[in-house]
Ligand binder design. Structure first.
Ligand code: 5AD
Ligand code: SF4
Length: 361
């Protein structure tokens, strides 16, 4: 069979919601020319039918750049002694959350390195404080691996969602890039979060050194198997103060193909365009929204800290304040023929609503 014919079969089977094989996914990931255009427009169509034209804004607060982990790719790794470290106080975080709420956003994302100062007790207090002040806001945590009991306490305190990428589904590559931890441990955390009823987001990096198309196809199979309501996928960008300084960055087009296939695998999910994609491609956000994405996470961290939260260098920056970021994003969203989603924009709620409609019929 020619590449194009195999491509058509693979695309048709995804559109029919059939479980794809690893080979079919590799074939889709190799798409070029007309096939590539067809894959992207199919994802855009499914996005439009399933989640509409809204782009959801999530206010991102990067509240601590301390991290006990030593991931090979990340500028915040503990081994990077030249990284600028900062930790926002609870009062500073609450002030940033108020700005997110005042700007009319429906979700706040609290992200940090794995910082021992932020014990679960302190995080619980913070989450409760936010819920008291802004009960309408959905709270997403992205604070890494904790115990089942800790995740339970945080959920009980009011955390609605949790982001924890599995980074790569290749266990050997995972072990090489994450000293002292394993993929099994990561997947166990994801399982706990799902069991506890969090709306869970996960995903992977594209273009890690040594990663193959078969690995990426396996990442997609894992995303599909986990049935994730939120999927974050971004290109790897080498950071000069890490062991991967001289590695090549992930490919932008390959990242867009990963987003498009994810939309076809999980039609009702929330998929952000990542800052990493926007960093490598000046039109990354617009291209991502045309390839199946429907979310963006403007930075709501106080601007003085932005440069210190350096997972990778030259992080794309929209403006110099949340207001400025939002104005730029609004212009980009409108220019893409889309509009800003109102409220928390939960994919789980959307699914439950659809199920209820289905059962009522
Ligand atoms: N390039 C791109 N993404 C990175 N992340 C960490 N370091 C890098 C890098 N060098 C991503 C990881 C992590 C998320 C918060 O940031 O996937 O889960
Ligand atoms: Fe820490 Fe996350 Fe960076 Fe790993 S990717 S070093 S866990 S901040």
């Amino acid at each position: 069979m020619s590449q194009t014919m195999t491509f058509s079969v693979a695309l048709a089977s995804l559109l029919a919601q059939e479980q794809p094989s690893q080979e079919q996914l590799v074939c889709l990931l190799k798409a070029t020319g007309d096939d590539l255009v067809e894959l992207i427009s199919a994802a855009n169509r499914v996005r439009q039918q399933q989640v509409g034209d809204a782009v959801w804004l999530r206010g991102l607060i990067e509240f601590s750049s301390y991290c006990r982990h030593n991931c090979y790719y990340c500028g915040l790794r503990s081994g990077n002694k030249s990284a600028g470290r900062y930790r926002l106080s609870p009062a500073e975080i609450l002030a940033a959350v108020r700005q997110v709420a005042a700007a009319g956003l429906g979700t706040v994302v609290l992200q940090s390195g794995e910082d021992a100062w932020w014990t679960t007790a302190r995080l619980v207090e913070l989450v409760q404080g936010i819920k008291e002040q802004q009960p309408q806001l959905a709270i997403t945590l992205s604070v890494g691996e904790r115990s089942y009991a800790d995740y339970a306490a945080l959920h009980q305190a009011g955390a609605d969602r949790f982001l924890l990428r599995f980074e790569t589904s290749n266990p050997q590559l995972y072990a090489e890039l994450h000293p002292g931890t394993t993929l099994v441990q990561r997947l166990e955390c994801l399982h706990h979060l799902q069991q506890l009823g969090y709306e869970v987001g996960s995903g992977c990096l594209v273009g890690l050194p040594g990663q193959t198309l078969a690995d990426l196809a396996n990442d997609l199979l894992l995303i599909s198997r986990l049935g994730l309501p939120m999927v974050g996928i971004g290109p790897f960008i080498p950071h000069p103060d890490t062991p991967l300084a001289d590695a090549t960055a992930g490919d932008v087009t390959l990242t867009l193909k990963m987003l498009a296939i994810t939309r076809l695998l999980l039609p009702a999910s929330n998929i952000p365009v990542t800052t990493a994609l926007a960093t490598l491609d000046g039109s990354g956000r617009q291209n991502g929204w045309q390839a199946g994405a429907n979310v963006v996470m403007p930075n709501a961290t106080p601007a003085t800290y932005w440069q210190q939260y350096e997972l990778y260098p030259d992080k794309a920056q929209l403006g110099d304040s949340l207001q400025h970021n939002l104005a730029t994003l609004l212009a980009q969203i409108t220019a893409a023929g889309r509009h800003v989603g109102q409220g928390p924009g939960s994919a789980l709620a959307r699914k439950e609503y659809d199920n209820a409609k289905h059962t009522a019929q």
